[in-house]
Design a protein around this ligand. Structure first.
Ligand SMILES: Nc1ncnc2c1ncn2[C@@H]1O[C@H](COP(=O)(O)OP(=O)(O)OP(=O)(O)O)[C@@H](O)[C@H]1O
Ligand SMILES: [Mg+2]
Length: 322
């Protein structure tokens, strides 16, 4: 692991166990051989449609589910159960701020708790750190004595971000942190993330459906489709020069907010039921799929960009999509 990599994910596969009883008794494969890294101080965006495995990837990085492959965070190997050692390096912000905060505790208590758990500082030092974080969040010290239900959705999400930064972690996993919020409130939270980017020695894995938003905030972007990364590169390269047909489709839909266009494009080729092992994940929907694509596996190849900032795509026929 080179000195500036905070997170390294190598060959990560994950699945959900079948239920012991009932109808849902098939193993659900979600992630399939995912590899990427996040550099120091880098904001890394992960986009993809609902159900493609973004949250599952976050859960694996946070050690909440079993996985195959290797995850290294700040030079430590993630094994299931190593919560406490890892907690100071990696923290999370989730989609729903209400369920993330204990409704029976005050904001001051909630913010101080991680410091207490990790036995950091004296009572006064902890209080000072809580005030410092409240100020960074743009909340005055009177919020210390309020309960989560006395805050707005945006303020609650600010507190969640406060909990995630209070231990000075190296990496924050932000799983759709603004999607439950109103547009204008979401924009404020986005600005807060921008402020984090400018103020701290911190990397962020920012998960979203929205390629526009990820482009605005992130240095690099990975696009996920059905559990595999299909394109990854510098934010500018992926946004202005998308190579994979799926990224192009995603962009044409987000740029214009035109749901109809997305549907017409998706149905240009009728999905065929094809379960040939090893075929490209996107085969059924791809307008330019060839017979060869049935045998392809989604392997990322650096086809553009520089060696320092590679631009990976999993489709060997990408050059035909212009
Ligand atoms: N606990 C679980 N048990 C069984 N299957 C699950 C479980 N959690 C998620 N899944 C399945 O795994 C797949 C990936 O889910 P995941 O939550 O990672 O998607 P996602 O990309 O985060 O979607 P969204 O954008 O809607 O949040 C889905 O098909 C989902 O139904
Ligand atoms: Mg999710």
């Amino acid at each position: 692991m080179s000195y500036d990599e905070i997170l390294k994910v190598e060959g990560l596969s994950a699945f959900y166990e079948p239920r012991k009883f009932g109808f849902n008794n098939k193993k659900i494969d979600v992630l399939n051989d995912v590899s990427f890294n996040i550099r120091s101080r880098e904001f890394f965006g992960l986009v993809g449609e609902s159900g493609c495995g973004k949250s599952t990837l976050c859960k694996a990085i946070l050690g909440l589910i079993d996985f195959q492959g290797k995850i290294t965070i700040n030079n430590m190997n993630r094994e299931k159960g190593k919560y406490r050692e890892m907690a100071r390096s990696v923290q999370a912000v989730f989609q729903d701020p209400m369920s993330a905060l204990n409704p029976k505790k005050t904001i001051g208590f909630i913010l101080e708790e991680p410091l207490k758990i990790h036995k950091i500082g004296t009572k006064e030092e902890r209080q000072r750190r809580v005030d410092e974080v409240l100020e960074f969040l743009g909340l005055d010290s009177s919020y210390r004595n309020r309960y989560p239900n006395e805050l707005s959705g945006g303020q609650r999400q600010r507190v969640c971000i406060g909990c995630s930064i209070i231990l000075n972690p190296k990496l924050i996993i932000a799983d759709e942190p603004i999607s439950s919020l109103d547009v204008s409130v979401g924009a404020q939270i986005l600005n807060l993330f921008q402020k984090l980017h400018d103020s701290f020695d911190l990397s962020v894995l920012f998960v979203s459906h929205n390629l526009n938003l990820v482009y605005y905030l992130c240095d690099r972007i990975a696009v996920m489709y059905k559990g595999s990364i299909i394109e990854m590169g510098d934010a500018k390269d992926v946004y202005y020069n998308p190579l994979h047909p799926y990224t192009q489709l995603l962009l044409s839909a987000t740029a214009r907010f035109d749901g109809e266009k997305l549907i017409t494009d998706m149905t240009k080729k009728t999905p065929v039921e094809d379960v040939t092992a090893g075929r490209c994940n996107y085969y059924s929907y791809c307008r330019k799929a060839k017979d060869d694509c049935r045998k392809l596996k989604n392997v990322l190849i650096n086809v553009a960009g520089t060696s320092e900032n590679p631009h990976y795509v999993s489709c060997p026929y990408y050059y035909q999509f212009y």
